[in-house]
Every structure is written in structure tokens, then in C-alpha cells.
Design a protein. Sequence first.
Length: 193
Amino acid sequence: MNAAAGRRARARSGFTLIEIMAVVLILLMIAAIVIPRVSLIASQAALDDAKQLAATLDFAREKAIALGRAHRVVLDLDHAQYWIEAQPPPATTPPILAWAELEELPLVAPRTNTREFTALRGSQPTPLDANVHITAVENESSQANEGLAQIAFEPDGATSAAQIWLTAGDDVRVRIEIAALADPTRVKFDAPE
């Protein structure tokens, strides 16, 4: 009887297949609840940052129109931040051309001196969420994947149409579309490539 009791004790010392399957099933159910929430948090952070950047772009366009001076949003792709800069007001009024003294009327606007942009007074760079990155800025003529990029608005609010991509994690891509004229800036989710 001692030998039979020893065999039973050894047989009962492990887990049955049903117990192991129950534990695995419970772990899978927990993972099914937790993993989408983590992805949702990354998606929400990217969407929030994209909406804030889109609002900043719209603000820079409106400020350029209101003040009649060029403004730009500078994007630091390496440090995931951005800020607004503006051309300072002209120091003097432009010279008045004596149109009657010209033999031929010029068909182009008089050229103005190019002035450097300066950061808006009191503005600080706006950082993106720690998990969100600016991965690309693209317009009709170029694409930037690193360094500084800019979206410039003329005094009438016009700009080159452009797109900015923000990413969070491996599967969340948000695209910001900037229209050439005064259309509002759009934010869209992109499917991963």
C-alpha cells in the first residue's frame, strides 16, 4: 500500500492539462483587454499632438493675415518640438515709386528686403508627447526626415501645400494636411505601411 500511495502522490504533484489550459485562457483574456488599451493610449497621444500642431499652424496662418507679415512654424524633427516665428515689422515705409517717370510700367511687385524671422515674443518650443515623433514633413518640392523643417505662411496666408506625419509606436501614424490657401488644416489617421 505504501508503493501505491507514493505513486498517487507523484501523480498528483503536477498540474493537469485542464488546469494549465484554464490559466492560459485567463492570461489571454487579460492580454486581450490590456493590449488594445495600450495601443489606444498611443493613438490618443498622437491624435492630441496632431490636433495641437494643426491648431498652431492655423494660428500662424491667421496671424500672418492679420498682421500682414510672413509667419512660419518651425518643426524640429530630431527633438520632437515646434514653435512659431514671424518676420519683424518693417523699420521704414517702402519708397514710393514715381510711376510717371518710368518709361515702362513694371509688371512685378517691387522687391522688398528679405528680413530674418524671429521667435514670437514669449513663445517657447512646444514639445510633443514623449512617445510621439515627427517622422516626415513633405511639400511639393522636398521632404525632410530629420533636422529642422518649416511651414511658411505669406502675409496673405498662402503657403505651399504640405503634409506632416506624426508617429507613436510602430502602428500609429497621423497625417496633418496643410492646404495651400486658407482651408483649415486637416488631421487624419494613416494606415501603417
